[in-house]
Design a protein around this ligand. Structure first.
Ligand code: SF4
Length: 128
């Protein structure tokens, strides 16, 4: 039942992106993916910023949830990773200092995310 509901949500999202941008996230280039991400936040997307994974086990659990998601499940990826379009916390953590960030490509290289990101963005999988 859960799998059927997920499949329906994914199909709805793929249709939403295709109608709005002419392409789904799986076929979008870097700039279009950035636009899709920003538009979702401007439209009110709320992500699961807490709890921050303090241990390897908690971190691994989040990766286990993200791993099966397809490229078109962009919304779910952002929600589960706790993605934000701004630095986070008193230390102002951000992608720029994260070990997964490819500065020159402006890309998050964590395989379970594999998405473009701006230096001042952040998600709860942040690591140094
Ligand atoms: S893991 Fe999160 S904080 Fe690190 S580069 Fe990717 S999106 Fe940014």
């Amino acid at each position: 039942m859960r799998e059927q509901m997920d499949a329906v949500a994914t199909a709805r999202d793929t249709k939403y992106f295709t109608e709005r941008y002419g392409l789904s996230p799986a076929d979008a280039d870097h700039d279009l993916l950035l636009r899709m991400i920003e538009d979702m936040f401007f439209d009110g997307l709320v992500t699961e910023v807490e709890p921050f994974p303090e241990t390897d086990r908690e971190f691994g659990k989040l990766l286990d949830i993200l791993r099966p998601l397809s490229a078109d499940e962009l919304r779910q990826k952002l929600v589960i990773s706790g993605w934000l379009l701004e630095p986070y916390g008193p230390d102002r953590m951000r992608c720029q200092e994260c070990m997964y960030y490819l500065v020159h490509r402006r890309w998050c290289d964590l395989p379970e995310l594999n998405l473009p990101a701006k230096p001042d963005w952040w998600c709860r999988l942040w690591r140094i």
